[in-house]
Design a protein around this ligand. Structure first.
Ligand code: SAM
Ligand code: SF4
Ligand code: F3S
Length: 470
């Protein structure tokens, strides 16, 4: 099975599902994922590869013959979480010596064979571009040899592998459209762990989306570290045959008006008017943009190599609001980056107020070995100052999201029913186009998960809208 364990404040609900009857398989695997949506999406590719090899999925790692942990290196804390989990798996391996333990993903790529030394119990270390070699490496490891493949690729996109939707609610799914990142933000480890940017064949993306819709999925999120730089030219094609992100988005949107489309993540320097107009043209492309700002101060942005200024970002937000007036907007913020002064930090707070974000992921800067920032700058903001600044950005986020959610009281939204509410099976939960969560009583209606309903908002917190079906 695929267990979702989201890192730090992206803490989601850890949820689990079986594929068929696990007991009919002689070999069982357990997979746990950390980090970003790309990692969860990759775990579904890995599950598909293993299924082809006759492995069944289990949610109980103690009964697995193969435990895989798909890891994240984005902050030190993410790696520590993985190390803690490995120590727990070590105990399971003691009572089941034939068990294999594999580390996948970004930490595997960053630490490579060093992981075998560091964590004596690990049998397999496989980087994000090497999952096709998993069956061969498992075979070697079964023969007692440690298996390592951390080669990065310039063209691997796993385009032909249909991901196995193990943990799905059957309604929402991720579709990976590209891999890697060419951006070299100075704080970030991703270009080192995921390699060069490459775009997946547009036809394979459209086919996967169409297939998901035909199987009942109603909302797809197109995934990449920087989706706006998606650019695919078919083999033998000319520039004129190239597919841009705006074109891809449109091609997915026209599959059906009943299919909702989202995307993540956009880089402020790359999101184009073309994408914004495409969103405005199609009701089923959700009005929500995740646009990580990182800092509200131009000097910090330059040290981070984000390649835009505070003013550029604010203009971009203005443009979004001009073209899509009711667009939901969220962001990522890093506090305490190298040399950040109180004034720089105040610029971040004021930018957050100005933009009125509905949601924000906020992080304390964590120096990552090998990154440009680690090599060039000193991580010189004291921990207590970083913590206080984080509290301050969280406080502003609560104010802006509170205002945004309160403004929705009295409005009616089209909502896709995704699940029972966490608190009561008498209530449904689902999101509107702006990606805000709504909770509302099921009442006497016969709606089910995957249906669209119109919901009138009666009250709000800073993270949920409460309403009723109208
Ligand atoms: N590609 C996306 C972008 O550029 O906006 C985001 C990628 S990253 C997986 C998600 C977020 O983690 C970043 O937007 C940034 O806020 C945060 N992050 C990355 N490196 C970090 C670091 N060294 N310390 C703290 N936060 C970090
Ligand atoms: Fe990291 Fe920057 Fe690439 Fe995002 S755009 S993954 S923050 S290097
Ligand atoms: Fe983490 Fe790798 Fe994603 S470092 S955030 S899992 S690309």
């Amino acid at each position: 099975m695929l267990q979702k364990v989201v890192e730090e404040d992206r803490q989601g609900e850890a949820y689990q599902a079986f594929v068929g009857d696990v007991n009919k398989y002689s070999k069982k695997f357990y997979i746990e994922s950390y980090g970003c949506a790309m990692n969860f999406s990759d775990s579904e590719v890995v599950a598909s590869i293993l299924h082809e090899e006759g492995f069944g999925a289990t949610k109980n790692f103690e009964e697995a013959s193969l435990i895989l942990i798909n890891t994240c290196s984005i902050r030190d804390k993410a790696e520590q979480t993985v190390r803690n989990r490995l120590h727990i798996f070590k105990k399971a391996k003691k009572s089941n010596p034939g068990m294999l333990i594999g580390v996948l993903g970004c930490m595997a790529e960053r630490l490579k064979a060093k992981l075998l030394e560091e964590e004596k119990l690990v049998d397999l270390v496989i980087g994000p571009d090497a999952y096709r070699t998993l069956p061969g490496l498992i075979e070697e490891a079964e023969g007692g040899q440690k298996g390592v493949n951390v080669l990065l690729s310039r063209d691997e996109t796993y385009a032909d592998i249909a991901p196995m939707r193990l943990d799905s609610n059957g309604v929402t799914a991720f579709v990976s459209i590209m891999r890697g990142c060419n951006n070299m933000c100075t704080f970030c480890v991703v270009p080192f762990t995921r390699g060069r940017e490459r775009s997946r064949d547009a036809e394979s993306i459209i086919n996967e989306c169409r297939d998901l819709f035909e199987r009942g999925y109603k909302e797809l999120t197109l995934l990449g570290q920087n989706v706006d730089s998606y650019h695919f030219t078919p083999a033998g094609g000319s520039m004129a045959d190239a597919v841009t992100f705006a074109q891809l988005l449109e091609r997915v949107a026209v599959i059906s008006p009943d299919l909702r489309v989202r995307f993540s993540t956009s880089h402020p320097k790359d999101i184009t008017d073309d994408v914004l107009f495409t969103m405005a043209r199609h009701d089923n492309i959700c009005n929500n943009i995740h646009l990580p700002v990182q800092s509200g101060n131009t000097r910090m942005l330059s040290l981070m190599n984000r390649t835009y200024t505070r003013e550029w970002y604010l203009n971009k937000v203005k443009r979004i609001r001009e073209i899509i007036p009711d667009c939901g907007l969220s962001t990522d913020v890093i506090v305490g980056f190298c040399t950040e002064t109180e004034e720089d930090h105040q610029d971040t707070l004021s930018l957050m107020h100005q933009c009125g974000f509905d949601m924000a992921y906020m992080y304390i800067y964590s120096e990552r070995p090998g990154t440009l920032a680690a090599r060039r700058y000193q991580d010189d903001v004291p921990d207590d100052v970083k913590k206080r600044r984080l509290e301050e950005v969280i406080a502003v986020k609560i104010i802006t999201s509170g205002e945004s959610y309160r403004n929705d009281v009295g409005k009616t939204f089209k909502v896709l029913i995704e699940a029972n509410s966490k608190k009561s099976t008498d209530d449904w939960s689902g999101r509107n186009s702006q990606n805000k969560m709504l909770v509302f009583p099921k009442g006497n209606h016969n709606f089910k998960i995957g249906d669209y309903v119109q919901v009138k908002v009666n009250s709000a917190t800073s993270a949920t809208l409460m309403g009723e079906i109208v």
